[in-house]
Design a protein around this ligand. Sequence first.
Ligand SMILES: Cc1ncc(COP(=O)(O)O)c(C=O)c1O
Length: 455
Amino acid sequence: MSIINFLEEYKKLHRTLFTTPSHGQGSFIAPLALKYIGKKFFSNDYSEIDGFDNLSNPRGIIKSLQDYASKIYDSKATFFLTNGSTSGIVAAMYALLNRGDKVLISRNCHKSVYNGLVLTGAVPVWILPNYNKDWGIFEGISLDYLEEIFRVNKDIRAFVLTNPTYEGVMSDVSRISIICRKYNVKLIVDEAHGALWNFHKAVGTPSLLQGADIVVQSLHKTLGALNPSALLHIGKDSTVEPKHMQQALNLITTTSPSYPLLINIEALIKYLDSEKGKLYVFDYVKNVNRFIRSIKTIPNLEVYSANNDVTKVLIKVTNLSGYELSDILFSQYKIEDELANDKSVLLLTGLGTTKSKLKKLEKALFHLCANNIKITQDDNSKKFVPVEPRVRYIPSLIWEKPCKEVELKYSLSRVCMELIVDYPPGIPILLPGEVIKKEHIEYLSSKRQKIKVLL
Ligand SMILES: Cc1ncc(COP(=O)(O)O)c(C=O)c1O
């Protein structure tokens, strides 16, 4: 069965609906919404009315479509999410962790993991991935260090790993999952940026096929879906029960899932699984590879290529900070990157990255390097070099506690009461409950004068 076919048949019944959503499939659309979104989107927006399925307890069309996706992805179960990876990450933590359970988290996690910590009451044990100062990015985690942490903390129940990183750096999930199993630790992989891998395994190997228990993927980041569509998969050999996962998802997600998003997920997965879709993906990856080969010939330009997903193009130019390069691309060439740091710039590509877009970027980079364009940019020129966090209170115990604002310069050793995140990439610098160190003050002083601390 298919949601798309079902809707087509349903429309032929010409039912008169006195149900939500109240726009009546587009009978009312605010004029500007009509102009900018269009009637089609509204006309396919339904609620769980008679004959439809229910995303929080799927038994009909959604269930059969999720089962179909599960076959394509080779999972034990696959769930469609219309609240992004954010909801999947929180629900995965909720499914596996009880109050007081220890959870290992790589510090380059997305801030949704913090939400999971608040809601589950779990106790974080942080692991700092290796930090590459030349590129200003986190890379993989040391497997020996990982094993050492599990040896010392025998009561860790789960590990939340971000793979790939925002910049596309991939970890050896096969070996990580073997270590996790040895210590009876469940492995949750935030694969928000790796959704393409299932359709082009030369780009990256899906964590699902490398022994992860739960994998969460955003479909809008690289795979060309509408914001915020995502999938949550349970690994084939995992002991995580799909029923239990569904219950956890139901605690987090909306009871009114977006049908346009579900339609898009169906259409996308079916297309990418078809011969045409496979060719499209193949062609796109070929174009990015060709683009990378070309820009690698530019003098003074370097492309990051250490075990990364090629669709995430991380570059740096001699004598320019990443922030300066980013500013030049923006102001001189009208090109906007995904993010910049003090060393490098990330250009995110995906299924919507056409050859002509790549050509424009290629030309700009050749021109920029040949003409030695420079600008002076000192705002944001500092980068936070991650330090080992010191947790005084766990997030679930601290987030409601009274706080006050103090001058940042007098906040050394106080307990931070804010979630301080640079966005993108959304990696936490300080979490509520963590002790403020001198490195935090040095970094934040160019951005703010005050900080909230525990009373
Ligand atoms: C690594 C990572 N995980 C999770 C998320 C959240 O994804 P979503 O936007 O689908 O909720 C993001 C978003 O930026 C991310 O970068």
